[in-house]
Ligand binder design. Structure first.
Ligand code: NAD
Length: 323
């Protein structure tokens, strides 16, 4: 039995990761989360009642709060972040504070507390746009948005804490995720909730930007493996194996809901909008991480969740912020 501190555990991926840990281990889990607009206690419904779970409200950039919470933990899974690219174009300061300063504080306090392994959860966006082929873990970092730049900075900080202080850091860089409980300003839930309300979906530019989609539960299984078995000081890409243009994603969503392209509205592209993300999967595969679920059936399941859980997403619409 291990004691795991999960930062950002009230968010989209963090709450799925906590559910995964409870279902697959006998570990004790502390959720450390500031409950920003993106962190919802509703995401932990049915989880907080588990006697193995403790919830601490706190900010990763608050050293005293982190020091108090981290004591006695064997493992840290660090998912807390500002995570929405559009918001980073409007208000970048909080991205640097949470993603860079927060990661530095956590690593520093984790080393001080004698944490054995520290998973820093990052993104394939740090490689920037990949016109062809796929980025492996040694590809140069070329982030395009303040979001991805702050994540690239936090990756380097985490790895430096390994090199300088021997903290058992592993870094994951996952591709774009989707699934239940994703905040409705992100592409798939934005589109689903807009269509469900009778609106037209706003598609950036020509809709030919490519993302590699990964079902959130597959990512959680991969994160768990990397946290426990990854080689310290090492970065692991986690690919979805589902490259789709945004237009293909929209078509798949329209098909799930029995709608047609008359419900699509083209809008001006986002500045610095990366054309394509693509990452290799070989290093994760060598760790026993297999391919994720196929896109279309997992998308159908996700759409069904939003259809069935309007009471979850409707109150959040007032907090949606897009450029
Ligand atoms: P999210 O925005 O849904 O959740 C972020 C969580 O972090 C929220 O619970 C929020 O309250 C918490 N948080 C924010 N600032 C905090 C602070 N200062 N202190 C403590 N908690 C704070 O994000 P997500 O989509 O679940 O992403 C989780 C992680 O995975 C992030 O690090 C993100 O960069 C990374 N990631 C996400 C994707 C994706 O497609 N969503 C892909 C690759 C990597």
């Amino acid at each position: 039995m291990a004691r795991i501190l999960v930062t950002g555990g009230a968010g989209f991926i963090g709450s799925a990761f906590v559910r995964h840990l409870l279902a697959t281990s006998d570990d004790e889990v502390t959720v450390f989360d500031a409950l920003t607009y993106a962190g919802r206690l509703e995401n932990l419904a049915g989880v907080l009642e588990d006697p193995r779970v403790r919830f601490v409200r706190g900010d990763v950039a608050d050293r005293d709060a982190v020091r108090a919470a981290i004591a006695g933990h064997d493992l840290v899974a660090h998912l807390a972040a500002e995570s929405h690219v559009d918001r980073s174009l409007l208000d970048p300061d909080v991205f640097v504070r949470t993603n860079c300063v927060g990661t530095n504080v956590l690593c520093d306090e984790a080393a001080r507390a004698g944490v054995a392994r520290f998973l820093h959860v990052s993104t394939d966006e740090v490689y920037g746009s990949i016109p062809e082929g796929a980025a492996d873990e040694d590809a140069p970092l070329a982030p395009s948005s303040p979001y991805s730049a702050s994540k690239a900075g936090s990756d380097l900080l985490a790895l430096a804490h390994h090199r300088s202080h021997g903290l058992g850091v592993v870094v994951s860089r996952s591709s774009n995720q989707f699934g239940p409980r994703q905040f409705p300003e992100k592409l798939i839930p934005l589109f689903v909730t807009t269509l469900l309300r009778g609106g037209d979906v706003p598609l950036y530019g020509d809709g030919r930007n490519v993302r590699d989609w990964l079902f959130v539960e597959d990512n959680c299984a991969a994160l768990d493996r990397i946290l426990r078995r990854g080689e310290v000081g090492t970065v692991y890409n986690v690919a979805g194996g589902n490259e789709r243009t945004n237009l293909e994603v929209v078509d798949a969503l329209l098909a799930c809901l029995g709608l047609d392209r008359s419900r699509v509205r083209h809008v001006t592209d986002r500045p610095g909008h990366d054309r394509r993300y693509a990452i290799t999967a070989a290093r994760a595969a060598a760790l026993g991480i297999g391919a994720g679920r196929a896109f279309e059936p997992a998308l159908e399941e996700t759409v069904r969740w939003y259809v069935d859980n309007e009471a979850w997403w409707r109150p959040l619409l007032g907090h949606v912020r897009n450029r």
